[in-house]
Design a protein around this ligand. Structure first.
Ligand code: ZN
Length: 130
């Protein structure tokens, strides 16, 4: 254990990106059971090598930058997924329109008949059925 700790000293270690690569590896492995092909083996090898390379890399700053970039992208995707989920839940009570002038997304309650919508961003008025 002490030897391993000494060997790991100064190395990057596991992070979120390595974990994501590991999950991708497991997905590939799962898919390879249903769709047998040599391509999976190559892909799994590449992912495993990449994962170990990142964990045991001594270029800590560079690996941290990669991880930060991954986390930014991951947060963006997570935000978009949440947005789509939120809109899906509100589809029965609200309608969504886009302002014809500034492309601002607008949400109005459903079932109010024909209404004039005023864009809060650019004050453009337009009529829509809700
Ligand atoms: Zn507008």
């Amino acid at each position: 254990m002490k030897m391993f700790r000494q060997w790991m000293a100064g190395r990057h270690g596991p992070d979120e990106l390595s974990f994501a690569i590991l999950i991708l590896f497991m997905i590939c492995w799962g898919l390879s059971l249903f769709f047998p092909s040599r391509i999976w083996l190559v892909l799994e090898m590449l992912l495993a090598v990449l994962c170990y390379y990142r964990i045991f890399s001594k270029r800590h700053f560079k690996r941290s930058q990669e991880n930060a970039r991954f986390l930014r992208y991951y947060d963006m995707v997570r935000f978009k997924v949440q947005h789509v989920k939120h809109r899906f839940h509100e589809r029965k009570t609200h309608r969504f329109y886009t302002c014809p002038n500034c492309r601002q997304k607008l949400r109005v309650p459903k079932g109010k008949g024909s209404i004039v919508i005023t864009c809060p961003k650019c004050r453009t008025k337009f009529e829509k059925r809700t």
